[in-house]
Design a binder for this molecule. Structure first.
Ligand SMILES: [Zn+2]
Ligand SMILES: [Zn+2]
Length: 281
């Protein structure tokens, strides 16, 4: 292993899963969503070409599952042009080091997320006191120390373009984390959300397991800035996406997405924001 890059010392396998773990869904010919335990990764690009990008890097110890998903779709020994991150939480960078070492590809993230990806800054401790269920309760075991990607990680271009995803633009959607981004393509209004909002009640172990669809704000136990989160949800709703792949939960599209996103933005206080919790002031 390249000794200039490493996970935090609290890096570990997290024993949580859902019925969709290992399932892939092709939403559009060049947009594929794959579930790793309780989180989604995205492959952007058409099968048969080598021009594709991996968005987010799954759970700790999931590199074999991700490599298989990539090779099943793009062919044996295929590798993406780049890995692009919505943010640096453990469930979105869980296999990034093994993947970078295998593929030798660059990683991109928002400038404000870089301290959490270069060993400088830990995320705040997860808040197990937010109401919502067992996943919130187990959140203290989640890794929050920064990983160290050294010079393998680069900031996303400031002009809004996304390396390897020519038609997409990144959109800063802070709140869940300071440098959280989503990715949007105007042509067909495809949106890769990250955790700016999700389609499952992520705090509840039962709902995570069954993946019952339900619009929600960002996962509560890790969200620290609720007013920024609300603004970010409004920003995404205003784009009128036709299809949305969220970091957690099943993808949503069409009228169901429009209706739910409108409801989330209008009722953000009651749907998304916890009544209490340590990041409430
Ligand atoms: Zn997150
Ligand atoms: Zn997440």
């Amino acid at each position: 292993m390249d000794k200039n890059i490493s996970y935090g010392s609290d890096y570990k396998y997290i024993p949580a899963t859902s019925i969709t773990s290992g399932v892939g869904i092709e939403l559009l010919p060049d947009l594929f969503c794959y579930t790793v335990q309780i989180v989604n990764i995205c492959l952007v690009g058409k099968p048969g070409s080598n021009d594709f990008v991996l968005v987010d890097a799954g759970m700790p110890h999931s590199s074999n599952a991700i490599i298989s998903a990539v090779e099943n779709r793009f062919g044996k020994n295929s590798r993406p042009q780049a890995i692009v991150l919505t943010h640096g939480h453990f469930d979105h960078v869980g296999a990034v080091i093994e993947l970078v070492e295998r593929w030798d590809v660059p990683v991109y993230a928002h400038e404000l997320e870089l301290p959490y990806l270069t060993g400088e800054k830990s995320y705040p401790e997860p808040d197990p006191t937010v109401e919502g269920g067992l996943v919130a309760k187990m959140s203290p075991i989640f890794p929050n120390e920064p990983i160290h990607l050294g010079n393998r990680v680069t900031m996303l271009p400031s002009d809004g373009t996304v390396p390897g995803m020519p038609e997409f633009r990144w959109i800063h959607t802070p709140g869940h984390t300071p440098g959280h981004v989503s990715f949007f393509r105007e042509r067909d209004r495809a949106l890769i959300v990250g955790d700016a909002f999700v389609t499952v009640k992520q705090e509840s172990l039962y709902k995570v397991l069954t993946q019952e669809q339900e619009i929600n704000g960002p996962p509560r136990y890790l969200t620290t800035d609720w007013s920024a989160s609300w603004e970010s949800a409004k920003k995404l709703e205003a784009l009128k996406p036709s299809v949305a792949i969220t970091g957690h939960g099943l993808p949503m599209e069409g009228e169901q997405l429009a209706k739910n996103l409108r409801k989330l933005v209008e009722e953000f206080e009651s749907i998304a924001i916890p009544d209490d919790g340590k990041y409430m002031n």
